[in-house]
Design a protein around this ligand. Structure first.
Ligand code: ADP
Ligand code: ZN
Length: 738
């Protein structure tokens, strides 16, 4: 029996330390257990990573506490954390920290306990009569509780019988009632009912795809599968049936979705198929207690299916048979704070470690994943048509340059789009209008001197929000009153320019006063449940026109939507980011996919000032393959992923000079360290030079051996000291280059 445990303390020192296991816990401390240990003069929580017979120090101190008798991190998840630490260059402690929800790491709060009462002995009529004389209030409580068939919660009885704790306690003391503590699970879907659904009979393409997945699940050692299926081709049905296949041989499943709160329909479909009990949901809007309970339902094996966003990649599903990553191309899988991991990529690594199957699904796979499929690293499965051969929507491009020549007054809604909306209103069909920019006006500009109202903390223009009547910064949240005249030259001709969703809502209300219009963006959806309620109203046909940002682009399936208008396809297309074209193509395809999900064919109007850009043209023709080929050609020519890996190092400080100087020093050190196959770009100001009051500089490196470069960067950083107010972040495979 091993006598010592090697642990990683919850402490940034990132050391592995050995402790003695007290005899009384010999059988209770496992790899993955959380323990309490003394460290210097403190007591600290730690994770056990190995059990050993001999310690590396002469007289190790002893473990002094055990957080839970069950191990909390499985060996597979520990291996995943190690991979993460090597690849992303973060400390192992940080990696392990991500693998557990905070409530689990701390071992608190625990299950919600509550007192439950049952009738111990039913009183006879006489006893009730005699009790009524001596203690009328107790008799009353007995009468109330005897109308309940089963146990009743203490609190509930108290309310129903309008009585006090004391009266109930008397009845318990006298042996009429029995009180016990029960664990109550908090269920975030508590009050909802899910009507059961049965597996649909699949079409040929679905059958072939499902067979590929189940074969992979049974072989336990095969390639990841990329499922490229157009919107509405029935990918979700394949996920469901593949999971069922696993359940039949006792295997659990993990389903990752881009953003739970934006895809309530997906969760519903899983709960309807497998029952609410079998499905646990993990996401950021859960309370600590809810998260604790859902996590335990998964860890104990009571819930065999876990669904969640990015961080659910660490969900402790027992005997994992399949990981599904839905909409694998979505940026939300990338965590934008330390550790900056890519959830989809971690899922692929986890599948390799656990020897389970992994299915990546998308209508617009990422350039990287499709490249992997093309080069044989992944297996490709395709669904090329919609279920029941429903038509893909017809996409029409509106050249805004022509429109502005024709129209007297330029409106964000072109004549043709306006006519199309009117036709939908007449036919009682629904319309979605998409604009990926919130607020009313994107800037406030002086017509005389050209002054633009900028954020005092960031190098970006302020957006005017009509609802709050304020100028706001979308980077740092700074808010200010909009000036009536130019702050620089005092001219009153300062004007709003550019438009966001608020403006579109206003224009639409004016154009179609009889229509019911709703807006869905981060501003209008700030209230809890607002998102769900709006979607429910839209589904019920209570809203004619829904205006929104990318919130409405994802996974929504409304059969009565026959028109989608994309107000400005150019937003995001011309940013200095090598993924700008890919993102635009994906977004256009996803948004267009919201049209014509029912019996009627859908129509999409795309307004653009650059109608001939490849992203727009390929999206128009539903030509993923064509888009991918020209995109990958560009990536190869200009040396971008998937042909190299990027590492972006950002250096920021409130003092411009210090940031710049530190960036240059770091650059020099890196140059000495890196190998020949890495290209190191000079330290330059970031495209957004200032954000949240910080001056930002960056160093970009491209490499073919990312693990080594990641290690080299870490080594250099560990041996450098920066001024106290200089912060350095390292982003491996970055998604935000601005
Ligand atoms: P995707 O996930 O590819 O966008 P979905 O799985 O949401 O597509 O399928 C679109 C619609 O078609 C859903 O309403 C789904 O219930 C239905 N569907 C899927 N597969 C079948 C099938 N084999 N037969 C009938 N309807 C199906
Ligand atoms: Zn700002």
């Amino acid at each position: 029996m091993p006598h010592y445990a090697r642990v990683i303390p919850d402490d940034p020192t990132d050391k592995e330390l050995d402790y003695l296991i007290p005899d009384s816990w010999a059988s209770k401390v496992h790899v993955g257990s959380r323990v309490k240990v003394p460290l210097r003069s403190r007591e600290i929580l730690a994770t056990v990573v190995t059990l050993i017979d001999t310690a590396s120090v002469p007289e190790p101190r002893s473990i002094i506490g055990l957080v839970s008798e069950q191990p909390i991190v499985s060996p597979a998840l520990l291996a995943l954390a190690r991979w993460m630490s090597d690849y992303y260059g973060c400390s192992i402690e940080t990696a392990i920290r991500s693998a557990m929800p905070q409530v689990i790491r701390r071992g608190e709060p625990s299950f919600k306990r509550q007192k439950v009462l049952t009738v111990e002995r039913l009183p006879s009529e006489e006893e009730i009569a005699s009790l009524s004389r001596r203690a009328p209030r107790q008799a009353e409580v007995l009468k109330v509780i005897s109308t309940f068939p089963g146990p009743i919660r203490w609190r509930e009885l108290q309310v129903r019988a309008s009585t006090t704790d004391r009266t109930i306690q008397h009845l318990v003391d006298r042996g009429w009632l029995h009180a016990s503590q029960e664990t109550e699970e908090r269920d975030p879907f508590g009050s909802e009912e899910f009507l059961p659904t049965r597996p649909l009979s699949l079409n040929d393409a679905q059958t072939a795809a499902l067979r590929a997945v189940t074969a992979s699940m049974d072989s336990r050692n095969s390639k990841p599968i990329l499922l490229h299926g157009v919107t509405g081709s029935g990918k979700t049905e394949i996920y469901l049936q593949a999971i069922l296949h696993g359940l039949q041989s006792g295997k659990g499943a993990l389903v990752l979705v881009p953003e739970i709160s934006l895809t309530p329909q997906t969760v519903e479909r899983f709960k309807m198929r497998f029952g609410s009990e079998s499905v646990a949901v993990l996401h950021s809007h859960l309370s600590g207690g809810e998260r604790h309970d859902e996590w335990h339902r998964i860890n104990s094996g009571r819930a065999r299916i876990a669904i969640g966003a990015r961080s659910a990649v660490f969900a402790p599903v027992q005997d994992l048979g399949l990981i599904v990553v839905d909409e694998e191309h979505e940026n939300t899988y990338k965590q934008e704070e330390t550790p900056r991991y890519q959830g989809r990529d971690l899922a692929v690594v986890r599948a390799r470690i656990e020897k389970c199957a992994i299915l990546l699904g998308s209508a617009t796979p990422s350039v990287e994943s499709y490249h992997n499929a093309k080069t044989g690293k992944y297996q490709l499965a395709r669904l090329t048509s919609r279920v029941d051969d429903r038509q893909l929507p017809l996409i029409r491009i509106i050249d805004l340059r022509q429109e502005s020549l024709k129209q007297k007054q330029v409106s964000p809604i072109s004549n043709r789009l306006g006519i199309a909306i009117e036709a939908r209103l007449a036919r009682k069909e629904q319309t979605i209008l998409f604009l990926n920019r919130r607020g009313f006006a994107t800037s406030l500009v002086c017509n005389k001197c050209g002054y633009v109202c900028e954020c005092p903390n960031c190098s970006v223009a302020l957006t005017f929000h009509l609802g709050e009547k304020r100028l706001k910064c979308h980077l740092c949240g700074h808010a200010a009153v909009a000036p009536g005249k130019c702050p620089k030259c005092s001219d009153p001709s300062i004007k709003y320019s550019g438009y966001g969703t608020e403006k579109i809502e206003e224009v639409i209300r004016k154009l179609f006063p009889a229509a019911t219009v709703s807006r869905m963006d981060a501003d209008s959806m700030a209230r809890k449940n607002a998102h769900r309620q709006t979607l429910a109203a839209f589904r019920a046909g209570k809203i004619d026109i829904l205006v929104g940002t990318q919130m409405i682009a994802k996974g929504l399936d409304f059969p009565n939507v026959t028109l989608v208008g994309i107000i400005n396809a150019d937003i995001g297309l011309h940013l200095p980011d090598f993924r700008a074209g890919e993102r635009t193509f994906q977004l256009l395809t996803q948004v267009a996919g919201r049209a014509g999900r029912g019996e009627m064919t859908g129509e999409v109007y795309v307004q653009s000032l650059t109608p001939f850009s490849p992203s727009i043209q390929f999206a128009r023709h539903h030509d993923y393959e064509g888009f991918w080929e020209q995109e990958v050609e560009f990536r190869q020519r200009c040396e971008f992923p998937p042909f190299v890996h990027l590492i972006l190092i950002q250096i920021r400080s409130e003092h411009q000079r210090r940031a710049e100087f530190s960036a240059e020093t770091l650059h020099r050190r890196l140059e000495e360290q890196i190998e020949a196959d890495t290209i190191l770009h000079p330290a330059v100001p970031a495209p957004i030079e200032r954000a949240k009051n910080y001056y930002r500089f960056q160093i970009l490196a491209r490499t073919r051996s990312v693990l080594r470069l990641s290690r080299d960067v870490r080594t250099v950083l560990e041996n450098l000291t920066f001024p106290e107010d200089v912060f350095v972040t390292v982003d491996v495979d970055p998604y935000q280059l601005l």
